[in-house]
Design a protein around this ligand. Structure first.
Ligand SMILES: [Zn+2]
Length: 388
């Protein structure tokens, strides 16, 4: 960003007249992905027989369930180094690309020619709940040993890590190693048992971490056993998870609706009612514009406030606000809200938001909804919505 500004202010700028407003592009430092291993690495030796059928396409054995038993005794062959290895690949040009499983394991020889993403998942990487971030199908149930891809019945952000070498500084070691794979929300270490539970903020990062750390060692020569954590039976933990889903949904709503509207329904702006009464009369005594008019946003908005920021084309503005949304149309929020808080009345609204809405007697204005449909709430309003 600062580089961009420097360029704009550089003395070489030809004319003094203000240039027409340009759409700001998000400039990222682009660097090609680095091949993690020599290309002979993958092809030189067929993988040891760990199943009953050899799949040429994936260069691995399937069938049987011996994979983990075998691998659990063998250290991983590589290790991803996010800072050093990540960069763009062919996949970055294609919306909805999946992450490279071999990259996560530190053994992708393809570098920038890879058809999969070579970087860490972020909050904008959203995938269909039926697949993981590597594009592998999830199953209806977990495997008995909680290994594998996992289940689509539950959003699991917590991985179990066993066989950690027990030392006094085990907590520090665990958090240092696992922070590399994304934002960590919580780490619980059972010190004496050499076991840890790591919860990531985003599910995709948990998926990535599980692959990246399988059969790795930490500061000692242990070989880790990494699995999905079973759901925490502790009611406190379950309440926390439910609250998080509510908060996430409320946050999505906040982002989708005009700020003034949210402030008013949440009662954060006590002056709002008064101000609105004056402003929304549009000079007509006794008139007060209904919500959908008052809070309307866009070039066509009646309220001058609503037109602010719409000097740019609507589409362009969206691009700026949303940045690069890598994912497809399915926001995991919708899924979560649907399956996890099915019992919560109102689904996507947190109870406090609902209460606020009721108190303010705000009918959900069709106009406000129309503007909202461009935001992260897309998945709620329509399932025919395309990517983009
Ligand atoms: Zn790759």
């Amino acid at each position: 960003m600062s580089e961009e500004r420097e360029l704009e202010q550089a003395p070489s700028t030809e004319v003094a007249a203000p240039a027409p407003k340009k759409v700001k592009k998000i400039i990222r430092k682009k660097r090609p992905a680095r091949p993690q291993v020599d290309s002979s690495f993958i092809t030189s030796e067929p993988p040891p027989q760990t199943g009953t059928i050899f799949n040429i396409w994936y260069n691995k054995w399937s069938g049987g369930d011996r994979e983990d038993k075998y691998l659990s005794k063998t250290a991983a062959k590589g290790r991803c180094n996010v800072a050093r290895d990540s960069g763009y690949t062919r996949a970055d040009k294609i919306t909805g690309s999946y992450f490279c499983l071999f990259f996560a394991r530190g053994i992708c020889p393809k570098g920038q020619d890879c058809e999969y993403l070579h970087r860490l998942p972020g909050i904008h990487d959203l995938f269909n709940p039926n697949v993981d971030c590597f594009g592998r199908d999830k199953h209806s149930d977990y495997r008995d040993d909680m290994g594998g891809v996992g289940s689509f019945m539950r959003q699991n952000r917590t991985i179990y890590v066993g066989r950690i070498h027990v030392t006094d500084d085990i907590e520090e070691i665990v958090s240092r190693h696992f922070a590399e794979w994304g934002q960590v929300e919580r780490i619980r270490v059972l010190n004496s048992r050499g076991v840890a539970f790591i919860t990531y903020t985003n599910e995709a990062n948990a998926q990535f971490a599980k692959e990246a750390m399988a059969h790795q060692s930490l500061d000692h020569s242990e070989i880790l056993n990494v699995r999905w954590a079973t759901s925490d039976p502790n009611p406190m933990a379950q309440a926390r998870e439910a609250r998080r889903i509510e908060e996430q949904a409320a946050e999505a709503i906040r982002r989708a609706l005009p700020e003034a509207f949210v402030a008013e329904i949440e009662g954060r702006d006590p002056e709002a009612r008064k101000r609105r009464k004056i402003e929304s009369s549009f000079g007509l005594e006794g008139y007060e514009a209904p919500d959908d008019v008052y809070f309307a946003r866009g070039a066509q908005a009646v309220n001058p406030m609503g037109r602010r920021g719409y000097e740019l084309g609507h589409e362009e503005r969206l691009m700026i606000e949303n940045g690069e949304t890598g994912g497809g149309g399915d926001a995991p929020l919708a899924i979560e809200a649907g399956q996890q808080s099915a019992g919560v009345k109102g689904g996507i609204f947190s109870s406090s938001t609902l209460a606020a809405l009721k108190a303010a007697q705000v009918s959900t204005a069709p106009r406000a909804k129309a503007t909202a449909s461009s935001g992260p709430l897309v998945a709620y309003s329509s399932d025919s919505e395309d990517d983009e």
